[in-house]
Design a protein around this ligand. Structure first.
Ligand SMILES: Nc1ncnc2c1ncn2[C@@H]1O[C@H](COP(=O)(O)OP(=O)(O)O)[C@@H](O)[C@H]1O
Ligand SMILES: [Mg+2]
Length: 273
């Protein structure tokens, strides 16, 4: 059984009625189906407004879809009993793009990372601190960061803290919504390296939501392209993506081909020899 199955998910947002007869509905997801296996990363690639974050929220259990189902380990996440739902909430974690707005500025790194532990595990103060220190170390920080506040960290460091919090309850799946998108290239590659290591060490699965093809390739095992709320294609390999004839994918490819000298069509060299 797949860890996660998304089945025929359709979702619309309804704008507030300006006039009684004029409630507008904006369909942002249409008949989305895919599955994620244990220990693998599904990249979801799409331009801004494609519906990626909405799909992320549907999977996280915070945006019930109008139609379709999300099954986690076979349980319908919106219709399971309370106990199962609580367990699922623990097993599916999230890291958002903007590390600063995902944390409370008045909380120390220790408090931020401790929050899920306090909700789910009753540890003694000493045990909890030990756990937080080992989580900090696991994401490349240390005990000296325990008492620091968000504004004292760089964007990359703060994203490491968000990752530490996300892995604190040993989840099975993490939704990474543009988690590296606002970081500079070097920091981005270091965080991707960390995510790859954690995935292997803990057998984690990821849904890696991004508009960045290169970032998607560096972490995903399978890749889906989302366009105007539709999952237009799914690929098992880079090669499949590169041989797709779908116009949206061809356009996406063009945007990286221009950056990649190896793929650019070079003018034929004049042979003087
Ligand atoms: N809470 C909301 N209420 C109404 N419309 C929304 C809401 N969130 C997103 N949308 C709309 O849904 C569409 C998809 O948004 P989103 O899922 O954030 O896309 P992406 O993450 O791919 O940029 C956009 O047109 C956006 O304006
Ligand atoms: Mg988004």
């Amino acid at each position: 059984m797949s860890l996660l199955q998304v089945k025929d998910v359709t979702h619309s947002y309804h704008s507030k009625k300006t006039f009684k007869w004029k409630a507008r509905s904006n369909q942002v997801l249409t008949d989305i189906s895919f599955s994620v296996e244990e220990g693998t990363c599904l990249g979801l690639l799409g331009t801004s407004g494609a519906g990626k974050s909405t799909l992320g929220k549907v999977i996280l259990g915070i945006q019930p879809p109008q139609q379709g189902q999300v099954l986690f380990q076979g349980y319908d996440i919106y219709n399971a009993d309370k106990r199962t739902q609580r367990k699922i909430r623990r097993d599916i974690q999230v890291v958002f793009q903007d590390s600063y707005s995902s944390v409370n500025p008045r909380m120390t790194a220790e408090q931020i990372i401790s929050e899920p532990l306090e909700n789910y595990q009753k540890l003694t103060t000493g045990e909890q601190r030990k756990t937080v220190i080992s989580l900090l170390e696991r994401v490349g920080l240390s005990e000296m960061h325990l008492k620091k506040y968000p504004h004292e960290f760089s964007g990359g460091q703060l994203q490491r803290i968000n990752i530490a919090r996300a892995i604190s309850l040993k989840p099975k799946l993490i939704v990474l919504d543009e988690s590296v998108s606002s970081l500079d290239m070097v920091t981005q590659s270091l965080i991707l390296e960390l995510l790859n290591e954690l995935k292997d060490d803990f057998g984690l699965s990821y849904i890696f939501i991004t508009h960045d093809i290169k970032a998607a390739f560096s972490i995903s095992d399978t890749l889906g392209v989302l366009e105007k709320g539709k999952l237009i294609e799914l690929y098992d390999s880079k090669e499949q993506f590169f041989s797709s004839k779908h116009p949206v994918v061809m356009q996406m490819r063009k945007s990286i081909l221009a950056e990649h000298p190896r793929f650019r069509s070079l003018p034929t060299r004049v042979n003087n020899g």
